[in-house]
Design a protein around this ligand. Sequence first.
Ligand SMILES: Nc1ncnc2c1ncn2[C@@H]1O[C@H](COP(=O)(O)OP(=O)(O)OP(=O)(O)O)[C@@H](O)[C@H]1O
Ligand SMILES: [Mg+2]
Length: 246
Amino acid sequence: MTLEFIKTGVPGLDQVLKGGLRKNSSILVTGAPGTGKTILALQFIYYGARDYNENGIYITTEENLDDIREFAKNLGMDITSLEKKNKIFFVQKPIATLKGGLSSIKGLVNAIKKNNVKRVALDSLIFFEYLYPKLDGDKMEFRRQVLMFMQKMKKAGVTFLTVSERSVTDFDKLVYDMIDFVFEGIIVLSRIRKGSYFERVFTVAKIRGQDHSLDVYPITIGKDGLRILFDQTPFSLVEKEESDFK
Ligand SMILES: Nc1ncnc2c1ncn2[C@@H]1O[C@H](COP(=O)(O)OP(=O)(O)OP(=O)(O)O)[C@@H](O)[C@H]1O
Ligand SMILES: [Mg+2]
């Protein structure tokens, strides 16, 4: 079987991944608050539908949908126009809509089939804690639920991207969670201090069975969204290395 790759929709990311993401894989995008996780997930869904004809579902546990539409608009994404064409679907507060656990995930799988959905983004992993409040710190069970959900996504033929928060994102001191290991790929977003300001950076920590770059890249967020400067090295790191030689 030949491996099929999909374009992510995030400028620069496909170059770092040497072609794109494996179709039907599961990717975790993690980082501290404000590092660009939501924007990356939105671009994956929006440009996936607009440019690569892959319909998408975006599930958010935190933000109001109108706020997201407005937020995305300021980053160059006109979500409403694709919603009108039934190419992307936004679901908020699945705690209410997906009450009842697994049977409701069935509803999501049905929506995937009915609308020919190829990409699902989940912002964020907290979703499972809302969905199964009784887990209450039971990490094994939490992991099992995430795995089951992921398998359902794979079976339904979607590429699955999840966002998770993490307090420590210093690339040298990265602490992995047990849950990280269930994902086939992990992307980490962070900031590095350079004098009086922070530079946004990004790295691919792993992607199972796929060749990818392990370098740290600078990223920018502007009116066109998030962009990975795949042909550059972060200034902050260049200066750090130079000073190591003094
Ligand atoms: N229109 C814009 N132009 C430039 N920068 C923007 C714009 N919109 C957002 N940003 C930047 O992007 C950052 C937020 O990105 P995003 O919401 O994706 O972060 P996040 O990692 O999801 O954060 P959290 O963990 O809090 O949800 C903001 O802190 C801001 O600096
Ligand atoms: Mg966010």
